[in-house]
Design a protein around this ligand. Structure first.
Ligand code: C5P
Length: 222
């Protein structure tokens, strides 16, 4: 019999990128495979949680035992996240585009032959983690990610307060590390308790250990 430390808990997870349309055939996106977020959803389900996974466009399969809500844009992701509240735990692992095109074109933008290029005026997307971290229905445990290419610990620590998160999982995504799209990850767990460096592991193992951390923290919260 496998232990089910998250039995009776409702867990919300975001994963994957968002796609922000430029016109009907083009978009802006972050690089994200969804592997880490989906692995966390699968691990939480195995631990007995009722899991809602809000996923941007990914090519990997849906995890077993999880309710999946598919979205394209950051605004759709925010709406799906708010619709899933209340939950006990929120893990925001999606790579949300910080900006979208202010006014996406209704029809494909065409070259006019003159060599003129379209200007893309951008506007800021909602910050989903920050919204959840300060929500009236704030989950008891709010966990964010910080994908950084430099000053990983300092940038991640700044996010704890700014986003209203209890834990930030900081990882180095500089291209040399192969984290993006890869199967392994090296993370640092940042919280009020300080910094915990985890060894490089498969994303599945990071997910397992994160679920153990979640169960321990929920236990402490009573
Ligand atoms: O500020 P930054 O994008 O680096 O923060 C990363 C964390 O914030 C991740 O947990 C990510 O899922 C979340 N985030 C979000 N909505 C945004 C931007 C980031 O939920 N618009």
């Amino acid at each position: 019999e496998t232990p089910r430390p998250l039995a009776g808990r409702r867990v919300l997870i975001t994963s994957g990128p968002t796609h922000e349309p430029i016109d009907p055939v083009r978009y802006i996106a972050n690089r994200s495979s969804g592997r880490q977020g989906h692995a966390i959803a699968a691990a939480a389900a195995r631990a007995g949680a009722e899991v809602v996974l809000v996923s941007g466009p990914v090519t990997i399969p849906d995890p077993a035992g999880v309710a999946v809500v598919r979205v394209e844009t950051a605004r759709e992701m925010l709406a799906a996240v708010e619709a899933a509240l209340p939950v006990d735990v929120a893990v925001m692992a999606a790579a949300v585009a910080d900006w979208r095109v202010a006014t996406a074109a209704d029809a494909k933008i065409k070259k006019d032959g003159s060599g003129a290029v379209p200007g893309l005026a951008l506007t800021e997307n909602p910050d989903i983690l920050r919204t959840v971290g300060h929500h009236v229905a704030r989950p008891r445990l709010v966990i964010g990610f910080a994908a950084e290419t430099n000053d990983v610990i300092a940038n991640g620590t700044a996010k704890l307060a700014r986003k209203g998160a209890d834990v930030i999982v900081a990882n180095d995504v500089s291209p040399a590390g192969g984290v993006m799209g890869g199967t392994r990850n090296t993370v640092h767990i940042l919280s009020a308790a300080g910094v915990e460096d985890w060894p490089t592991m498969d994303k599945d193992a990071v997910a397992e250990r994160l679920v153990a951390l979640i169960a321990a923290r929920l236990g402490d919260l009573g």
